[in-house]
Ligand binder design. Structure first.
Ligand code: NCD
Length: 306
């Protein structure tokens, strides 16, 4: 049976912690400071990215390379999807090339799970529509764990376009499972009502439209990009930064211990001011990218070796 990573929802705390521990052990190799075991030597990993990506695609390639695997890359533009080949047919043909794993990003929520029902190789979700982005959720958790020392008692805000964010969904599941309290903060038009209605989650989750009222006691603040490509554009006001941007003034009202995170790509001056994004004392934005390589090494190793 292949092991897949399709979502973080449903993974319990020991399973999440085991992946974080494995990722932690790969950090020196992810930084290029130590050699990793060639546990994936001879393996072939196909990266199928039907949506744009910089960090996720390259870090899957870096992770595979660090562990001795080879990567094949296919992007949506330039592939036969432009000739009408379906997502599933494309993936089945890639499997027929003999790959050991398919890493897939698609605008189709549930696309990777559908694919996993049809192939024998491992399937890793690199972001599916508004659903989940499990490796991003893991790297966010790893970053928080390393900065704060743990999750119990930590209060973490996720700010912005919650409704359209797969990053928010994966982080929410993982952080609450690991014992953190999460505040979802954003404009009413970008806030799903459903999160509040899930009783298991609601205990540790609060929802607010008021960023200013929530700054004073945070341990971490995760800013999200407004997902213009997912029709969020129509529902954001031109004063988004005024109400929901992490401006220099707002950052000065965060506790000194509070770290600043963003999955990238950052729209500077919209979600985060330049000064705040570049403040290496609290901004974790580039560290998140390095942790992403370690997490993807851990996930590839888990799915392909065990
Ligand atoms: C995120 C994504 O694609 O979901 N980016 C990423 O993977 N680092 C967030 C985003 O695009 O806003």
């Amino acid at each position: 049976m292949p092991r897949h990573l399709l979502q973080l929802e449903g993974l319990d705390a020991p399973a999440l912690t085991a992946l974080l521990d494995r990722a932690e052990s790969f950090i020196p190799a992810a930084r290029g400071e130590a050699a990793a075991p060639a546990s994936l030597a001879g393996k072939l990993v196909a990266n199928l990215f039907f949506e744009d990506s910089t960090r996720t695609r390259l870090s899957f390639e870096a992770a595979a390379a660090r562990l001795g695997a080879r990567s094949l890359a296919l992007q949506g533009s330039g592939s036969s999807t432009s000739k009408g080949e379906t997502f599933l047919d494309t993936a089945l043909n890639v499997e027929a090339l003999g790959v050991d794993a398919i890493v897939v990003r698609t605008d189709l929520s549930g696309g990777p799970a559908q694919l996993a029902g049809h192939v024998r190789c491992a399937v890793i979700n690199a972001g599916d529509g508004r659903h989940e982005h499990p490796t991003q959720g893991l790297l966010d958790c790893l970053t928080i764990r390393r900065a704060l020392g743990g999750f119990q008692g930590a209060t973490i805000a996720i700010v912005g376009d919650i409704a359209n964010s797969r990053v928010a969904r994966s982080a929410l599941h993982a952080l609450t499972t690991l014992g953190a309290k999460v505040r979802l903060i954003g404009p009413p038009t970008l806030m799903p009502k459903s999160f509040a209605q899930v009783p298991a989650v609601a205990e540790n989750v609060s929802i607010s439209n008021d960023l200013d009222a929530n700054l004073h006691d945070l341990d971490a603040i995760m800013m999200l990009r407004v997902q213009l490509e997912r029709a969020a554009g129509g529902s954001i006001a031109s004063d988004y930064r005024v109400q929901y941007g992490l401006t220099r003034d707002r950052a000065s009202r965060l506790p000194a211990r509070c770290i600043v995170m963003h999955p990238g790509p950052v729209n500077r001056g919209v979600e985060v001011d330049d000064d705040v994004a570049d403040d290496r004392r609290r901004s974790q934005i580039l560290l998140q990218v390095t942790h992403g390589v370690a997490v993807r090494m851990a996930v590839l190793d888990h799915c392909l070796v065990g």
